[in-house]
Design a protein around this ligand. Structure first.
Ligand code: HEC
Length: 192
């Protein structure tokens, strides 16, 4: 309830100053995921895929100074997206009313309502996952600035696993068992 005491005066203040504007609303989780995290993740993968060697490491011999610069800035961009996710305040809203999330309509697809329930159960856990992605991207930017392929390679290699760990907790926990089985069998269950 303490939150109310902070929020209510802030709303009064806003409506007092700008009578005709709605109080500022934070973005939905879905908006940040689609417009920031996913886009910037794809951008980073597009950038690095041509330089990933046979052992899934980053091949520095094909990386120009400009490639390193682009990688550092892509990492900072994705770090910022993760921080935007991590700084969502309670209550975290998954979607605006009526908005559907990916695969919601297909059999076995999880709904925005079920994601909302998962997030409501553990909003701090969600922020922890987001902060961990942000930390990885800070480390990647540092490695890229030093042209350090040995440090950058594993972070890039593990990135989809970092996305997926959070998805398994909050988006499709129903698939945890299945994913565990695939992993044990040595497969790649990555769903992007
Ligand atoms: C902190 C938790 C978290 C992290 C980290 C995370 N995601 Fe998500 N993501 C979610 C949740 C929750 C959903 C389900 C809600 C939704 O679909 O918008 C989701 C949904 C998505 C979707 C489907 C969006 C849609 O149209 O409904 C995509 C694509 C996606 N994530 C990509 C990524 C990628 C790529 C990364 C890593 C670079 C990533 N996510 C990291 C929590 C996370």
């Amino acid at each position: 309830m303490r939150l109310l005491w902070i929020v209510v005066p802030a709303l009064l203040l806003t409506s007092g100053c700008k009578k005709h504007e709605a109080p500022p609303q934070q973005k939905t989780l879905h908006e940040i995921m689609k417009d920031e995290v996913d886009k910037r993740g794809d951008f980073l993968w597009d950038l690095t895929n041509p330089h990933v060697g046979g052992d899934a490491g980053l091949d520095s011999s094909t990386m120009s100074d400009d490639d390193w610069k682009k990688l550092a800035s892509a990492a900072v961009d994705l770090q910022q997206a993760a921080l935007d996710l991590a700084s969502l305040k309670d209550p975290i809203v998954v979607v605006k009313p009526g908005v559907k999330i990916a695969d919601e309509g297909v059999p076995g697809g999880d709904s925005a309502a079920s994601v909302q329930a998962n997030v409501d159960k553990d909003p701090e856990g969600l922020r922890n996952y987001a902060n961990s992605l942000a930390q990885d991207m800070a480390d990647l930017a540092k490695a890229a600035n030093k042209h350090d392929a040995a440090a950058a390679g594993p972070i890039i290699n593990q990135l989809d696993g970092v996305c997926e760990s959070c998805h398994l907790e909050f988006w499709y926990p129903s698939q945890k068992k299945l994913v565990d089985q695939i992993r044990k069998a040595g497969g790649d269950p990555t769903l992007k």
